[in-house]
Design a protein around this ligand. Structure first.
Ligand code: NA7
Length: 542
């Protein structure tokens, strides 16, 4: 038994003041815990603080990408667009911080450097990057799934005489782009969003592309007062639907980013005329209406060909169009990207595409980027090269559990957790949407509410039972990891040639594992509730 008389600075230290951390603070405080939130950024908002590049936008409808814990908040907040842009979501999260008086317990510009579990006292010792040491009984990691930026280590990068900018660390004061020679690397969601905006202001934009992207028209539009009022009038029903659905969605606007296919349409059974008609009527979306493309590689390849046909119809230069056609991986391998004029941007006179599969990077030089065919002279070089996703925010902290090993070493072959909530050997540490949970598949705000609610219930249970320590068993963790692995079998996320941040394939040397439970949030939460009802039987509690 530990010496529990140790002086604690807080009952719970929450790491991160994004959406998860803000909500965790609110709930845990209401349940009577003393909470300190540590946040590296200069403001709250997490993802929506950092990703302030031009064009940054959510890919989930605003009315669903919002908190449901307070009907008054739901009613008073007005969203302006179907898919909210970064400034609006950042404003919303600041509003939440103010409305619930959260700021007094949040320490900004206070990144966490090391976290060590003190086995003797059942407490966590947290060292901040500002040189402070804090101690708490519990830690809640609200560190996000897409918060550890990844930048390729190109030779010569430090010699570049211009400005290097990471899309996910976009400076608050902005970047001077007008009339300048701008280069951008990366064509995922961030790249596809920022490229059309850069092209509008840059003197010249050079896009360095390694892999062509599937991107579908976002169909973003202003929200009509009628639609907003209609959804608000039945928000309780909408939230209940979200909580009971596999992806925390309520289909308030028809199809969602993941569920576009029509269950009755099979491309393998379609005629040439039907496919052409689909292209004429639905454009790019004609490539993602087919149910069989989700499981069958031949069907998928036929759907990809429809996509390629739309690229060729949209992009005027045939060679550029060919480079922009995805060729060697299936639709559904990566998270779908929503586009606001991406392909059309390559028809502009001030935009050049460098296809890195034909013209590889050699090095960065003071004047710009040297590829095999010569130097692209640049004033600004932007990396929209993604994230050490899902596990990166955790492994970048020097976290040591009861055995003194580093989490990063324990996870060298991929993260191992129990339901994404806990890690064996790391008592009293909980993660919100950690690796091994449903993760980024489900719409975050309702997902966060469910996860934080579960963690808060557990902490309350421990407090009520006078328990100072909860540690998940290694067997329960092994069993859960096997379930996560099994649930990913047969999905396109796991398809041959699929390299993405979902499976670690986006980062050289990272273990190829899908640490995301594909079984759906509804099933996941039912399991979590059963566990709570059982008195948290997977855990050793004392
Ligand atoms: P993504 O989706 O991981 O995209 C990163 C992009 O950067 C992708 O096109 C990569 O090409 C490219 N990349 C990465 N490393 C390199 C190197 N070394 N050279 C050239 N190109 C490179 O990150 P995003 O930020 O766009 O989106 C992440 C999520 O945020 C998104 O799914 C939404 O949920 C929101 P690759 O395909 O690896 O060849």
């Amino acid at each position: 038994m530990g010496d529990n008389d140790v002086t604690l600075d807080a009952d719970v230290i929450v790491v991160g003041a994004g959406m998860s951390g803000l909500y965790a603070l609110k709930v845990l405080r209401e349940r009577g815990f003393r909470v300190i939130v540590l946040e590296r950024a200069a403001g709250v908002g997490g993802t929506w603080f950092w990703n302030r590049y031009p064009g940054a936008r959510c890919d989930i409808p605003s009315l669903e990408y919002s908190f449901g814990f307070d009907p008054e908040l739901e009613q008073e907040w007005e969203w302006s667009e179907h898919f909210a842009a970064q400034p609006e979501i950042e404003r919303y999260l600041n509003h939440v911080a103010d409305r619930y008086e959260l700021r007094s317990d949040i320490r900004l510009e206070t990144g966490v450097a090391t976290m060590t579990f003190d086995d003797a006292t059942d407490s966590w010792v947290v060292d901040t990057e500002t040189g402070e040491t804090l101690r708490s009984r519990f830690c809640v990691m609200a560190t996000g799934g897409l918060s550890a930026p990844h930048r390729p280590d190109w030779p010569g990068i430090d010699t570049f005489a211009g400005e290097v900018v990471q899309s996910s660390l976009w400076p608050e004061e902005g970047v001077a782009l007008e009339g300048r020679r701008v280069g951008i690397v990366g064509n995922g969601s961030s790249g596809v969003q920022v490229i059309p905006e850069l092209a509008k202001v840059a003197g010249h934009l050079t896009v360095f592309q390694r892999t062509a992207t599937f991107a579908w028209p976002s169909q973003n539009r202003p929200l009509t007062p009628e639609h907003q009022a209609e959804v608000k009038s039945r928000y309780r029903e909408v939230r209940a639907q979200q909580h009971a659905s596999p992806l925390a969605t309520a289909h308030t606007t028809g199809a969602t980013i993941f569920t576009f296919a029509d269950p009755n349409k099979f491309i393998l059974e379609s005629t040439e005329e039907e496919r052409v008609a689909a292209l004429e009527e639905q454009g790019f979306n004609a490539s993602r209406i087919w149910a069989d493309a989700a499981k069958d590689m031949d069907a998928n390849e036929m759907a990809v060909e429809l996509f390629r046909e739309m690229v060729r119809r949209t992009v005027t230069d045939p060679e550029v169009a060919d480079s922009l056609c995805p060729k060697d991986y299936p639709i559904g391998c990566k998270r779908p990207v929503l586009d606001n004029g991406y392909f059309e941007t390559f028809n502009r006179d001030n935009v050049t595409l460098i296809d890195l599969r034909k013209d590889a990077i050699v090095e960065v030089v003071p004047e710009g980027v040297r590829t095999t065919t010569g130097v692209q002279e640049l004033d600004v070089l932007i990396f929209a090269t993604g994230f050490d996703a899902v596990s990166g925010a955790m492994t970048r902290i020097d976290m040591r559990g009861k055995s003194g090993r580093l989490l990063r070493d324990d996870w060298a072959d991929g993260p191992r957790t129990f339901m994404g909530f806990s890690v064996a050997d790391y008592p009293n540490m909980f993660m919100v949407i950690g690796p091994g949970s449903v993760g980024v598949l489900a719409n975050y705000p309702p997902h966060i509410e469910l996860q934080v609610g579960w963690i808060a219930d557990f902490l309350e249970y421990l407090a009520e039972h006078g328990s100072t320590r909860a540690e998940v068993g290694a067997d329960a963790q092994d069993q859960w990891c096997a379930e996560v692995e099994a649930a990913a079998v047969g999905t396109m996320f796991n398809a041959p040639n699929c390299h993405s941040w979902y499976n670690g394939g986006n980062i050289e040397g990272k273990a190829r594992v899908i640490p995301i439970y594909m079984g759906g949030l509804d099933r996941f939460m039912a399991r979590a509730q059963e566990l709570a009802t059982s008195g948290y039987e997977a855990y050793a509690i004392r």
